[in-house]
Design a protein around this ligand. Structure first.
Ligand SMILES: Nc1nc2c(ncn2[C@@H]2O[C@H](COP(=O)(O)OP(=O)(O)OP(=O)(O)O)[C@@H](O)[C@H]2O)c(=O)[nH]1
Ligand SMILES: [Mg+2]
Length: 356
């Protein structure tokens, strides 16, 4: 509690002590009020799997203190768990996709892999398991099955981690920045990071996608400076999940919520890389938007059409919505995008504080 409490207080009367205590509390309240007034609070919202945590981790790397070695080690078990689960799922999909191993011996390798992965502790890895997994991932039949499943249920970091198995299976492996950006850890409730840009403190709060759906959070956030909404544009045509329609409905409820009436919104149509891949692979935007009247396969027209679907859900024409296409796994493009948005966010913050 600072210097007020460090002086010798043994000779003071009760009233004098109470006065000191009250002054100290006033000081703390003033300090907190100053911090809150000078803190830019950003709310990250969007459906589950839209890229909120990825965006927040990018900010932690770009503007925060990054990740310590202990924190990096903390991601290891999540990465191992993810890569093992993903390979198991691809193997299980092979019969649905009517794809065979190119090397028939890999049928046995797959059995051994599944047996060992069930026996070892969840979230661990060893050299033998790593070698079996590399063997399987190198089989063109496994890759083909993965490609076939990708159009319907793209798990976005699967190939990245499977391509990195040599590194992951090394006993001295420590996750690097890209691994941390890529690993999928669903946010159960709320997660927060703070950092400074241009001498101003930012607090970024993510509400996990499942929380968003329940909509319980709205009343808690009346002092936010801007809302950042992420939607995975690559989700169009996603079956059986709600995909982009679910994102649109969520965006509509947030954009028009009385709590955010005077708050500027930033819309990221995220996962542009996967969106482009899907279109190149022949996915049709009509599967999600029956009113699309552009040319199928024209990525730009399709992306702009998707953007319009979001903007049309806004019922307040005067509301400021800054929209951007993004790829949250790319640190350089996210650095550029966030830096381009920073001044606008600070202006919007000062406006909500009545200072602009
Ligand atoms: N290829 C690609 N993958 C992305 C992109 N953005 C996020 N991802 C991946 O998508 C997955 C989900 O991202 P998260 O950031 O965990 O999603 P979230 O919105 O926080 O999800 P919840 O916490 O469940 O609400 C992760 O595997 C990310 O690596 C992107 O732009 N491109
Ligand atoms: Mg998350």
């Amino acid at each position: 509690m600072g210097s007020l409490w460090s002086s010798d207080q043994s000779n003071l009367s009760e009233e004098q002590l109470a006065l000191i205590q009250s002054k100290s509390i006033d000081q703390i309240i003033r300090k907190e009020a100053w911090i809150i007034k000078n803190m830019v609070k950003l709310l990250l919202l969007g459906a589950s799997n839209s890229g909120k945590t990825t965006f927040s981790r990018q900010l932690q790397l770009i503007h925060g203190s990054g990740y310590s070695e202990d924190e990096r080690r903390g991601f290891k078990s999540k990465i191992f768990q993810q890569v093992i689960q993903d390979l198991s799922a691809i193997l299980q999909d092979m019969s649905d996709n009517q794809v065979e191993f190119q090397d028939p011996l890999n049928t046995e390798v797959a059995d051994v892999f599944l047996k060992i992965s069930n026996q070892i502790m969840q979230g661990s890895m060893n050299t033998r398991l790593g070698l079996l997994m590399m063997e399987l991932w190198l089989d063109p039949g496994v890759k083909l099955s993965y490609q076939l499943s990708l159009n319907s249920k793209a798990d976005d970091s699967t190939a990245f981690f499977l391509d990195s198995l040599t590194r992951l299976a090394d006993p001295n492996y420590i996750p690097n920045d890209e691994d941390i950006i890529r690993v999928r850890v669903p946010t159960k409730s709320v997660s927060e990071i703070t950092f400074h840009v241009k001498g101003i403190q930012f607090m970024v709060t993510e509400i996990g996608g499942f929380g968003c759906e329940r909509g319980k959070w709205i009343s808690y956030f009346d002092d936010v400076s801007s809302v950042i909404f992420l939607a995975a544009i690559s989700d169009f045509g996603q079956v059986p999940s709600g995909g982009i329609e679910e994102s649109l409905n969520l965006f509509e409820s947030i954009c028009n919520a009385p709590t955010f009436k005077d708050i500027s919104m930033i819309l990221f149509l995220n996962k542009m890389d996967l969106f482009l891949k899907k279109i190149q692979a022949g996915a049709r935007v009509m599967t999600a938007f029956s009113n699309y009247d552009g040319v199928e396969g024209d990525a730009k027209a399709m992306a702009l059409f998707a953007l319009k679907q979001f903007m049309d859900r806004n019922q307040t024409p005067a509301k400021l919505i800054y929209a951007h296409f993004s790829c949250a796994i790319e640190t350089s493009s996210m650095r550029f995008l966030f830096s381009a948005l920073t001044d606008m966010i600070i202006r919007s913050h000062l406006a909500t504080c009545g200072m602009y």
